[in-house]
Design a protein around this ligand. Structure first.
Ligand code: PLP
Length: 406
């Protein structure tokens, strides 16, 4: 387990909710921010704020340096070959939509296939539904195993030589399942398709290496990994990004503008139309520094241990069903559950009365809810600042809720 001291870096955690010390178990929705990130944002606005890439004045140079340094931090964080492959955008949703609208529109035609899975977040479903409808393409789903994992045999059965795009989440935001992305990418490539990875729940918790995974695109959001909201990343292989057209046009992304035609800047800026998310990128850079100082491998281990402990203690509660892989090593720090006879919203409300923040609902994964045959679930998600005490508070809260409703 990581030291409890880590909590002290997160000022928000030091408060009471409804008369109880806050236990924050909703990091899969958004993580809390360490002081280091808050300070980086304050420093940027208090000392360096200016627009980037244009000015010759000192503030402009400092802002540009901060913004581009953050790009290098992201490159290193995911082991991309070049900063030209790192595009800043609003979040995983925007990144996935960009791949669908740029790469997808240019490369998917009538009768072609796009392959996703039943466990995807809406952000990795709807962009492909829209593309399939527009192009007359076929959207195919890889079925899940009973425990909510993916079998490579089923991936092989679903992906064919008509498949142009395979898009899969690395870590499920509901089941916690960690998917075998490298192996799925091999199958995609063997069939001539590109591999898109929704890394929204992976980037905060796992050491990412896009070269080892050999994925073609990777999308993730800063706010789930200790960074600010409003910043995310699209990684793409340079040879693919070079062939792709931007989907947003305006300032910053152009080279030359004539009356009737224009040309674009080189990568990565051709995809960053308008004033970029300067403070967000700088904040994300500070978040990456923080995560690397703690150590991604330690964070991953810590979460496995907490999720394992939570699952063990929660399974002692009669009528409580946990979804997803039973083996905590096969899942990230996400535990999704239902308590028999209690609606997850009521459960979350009672937990909140005890200072415990969990999420309830469909978690932006309605097809998965249908697959699980439930309308909603409750979800506790653990991060580096959670402790064994938080697990105990959750279990105690669940027991109280059970008594309350029965
Ligand atoms: N993909 C997954 C697996 C997620 O959990 C989320 C957010 O919850 C997203 C995509 C979308 O991220 P964002 O809302 O930051 O764009």
């Amino acid at each position: 387990m990581l030291s409890k001291e880590i909590r002290n870096h997160f000022p928000i955690l030091d408060q009471e909710i409804n008369g109880h010390p806050l236990v924050y178990l909703d990091s899969a929705a958004t993580s809390q921010k360490p002081q280091q990130v808050i300070d980086a944002l304050t420093k940027y606005y208090a000392e360096d704020n200016s627009n980037v890439h244009r000015g010759v004045h000192s503030l402009g140079n400092r802002a540009t340096e901060g913004y581009e340094n953050a790009r290098e931090k992201v490159r290193e964080f995911i082991n991309a070959k070049s900063t030209q492959e790192i595009i800043f955008m609003r979040g995983a949703t925007t990144a996935l939509n960009t791949v669908a609208q740029s790469y997808g529109r240019a490369n998917v035609g009538e009768g072609d296939e796009i392959v996703i899975t039943y466990m995807e977040h809406h952000s990795n479903i709807i962009p492909w539904q829209q593309l399939a409808k527009e192009k007359g393409a076929v959207l195919k789903y890889i079925d899940l195993e009973e425990d909510g994992t993916l079998s490579l045999d089923k991936v092989r059965e679903t992906v064919t030589d008509r498949t142009k795009i395979v898009s899969v989440m690395y870590v499920s935001n509901v089941l916690g399942t960690m998917n075998p992305i490298k192996e799925i990418a091999e199958i995609a490539h063997a069939n001539g398709a590109v591999m898109v990875v929704d890394g929204a729940q992976a980037a905060p918790h796992l050491k990412l290496d896009v070269q080892k995974l050999d994925c073609d695109f990777l999308a993730f959001s800063g706010h789930k990994m200790c960074g600010p909201t409003g910043i995310g990343v699209l990684y793409g292989k340079k040879e693919l990004l070079n062939q792709m057209d931007p989907i947003e046009f305006g300032g910053e992304m152009i080279d030359f503008v004539g009356l009737y035609d224009s040309t674009w800047k080189e990568l990565p800026w051709k995809f960053e139309g308008g004033t970029p998310i300067i403070a967000g990128a700088i904040g994300l850079g500070a978040a990456i520094d923080f995560l690397r100082e703690v150590g991604l491998d330690k964070i991953e281990r810590h979460e496995h241990e907490l999720a394992g402990l939570a699952m063990e203690k929660m399974s002692e509660i009669e009528g409580l069903q946990i979804y997803g892989p039973v083996d905590p090593k096969k899942r990230a720090g996400i535990v999704t559950f239902n308590l028999e006879g209690v609606h997850p919203h009521d459960l979350a409300t009672v937990l909140d009365m005890n200072g415990i923040a969990v999420r309830a609902g469909h978690h932006c994964a309605q097809p998965l809810m249908k697959w699980l045959d439930v309308s909603a679930t409750a979800r506790a998600s653990f991060y580096l600042y959670n402790t064994e005490d938080d697990v105990d508070r959750l279990v105690e809260g669940l027991r109280m809720a059970k008594e309350y409703f029965q």
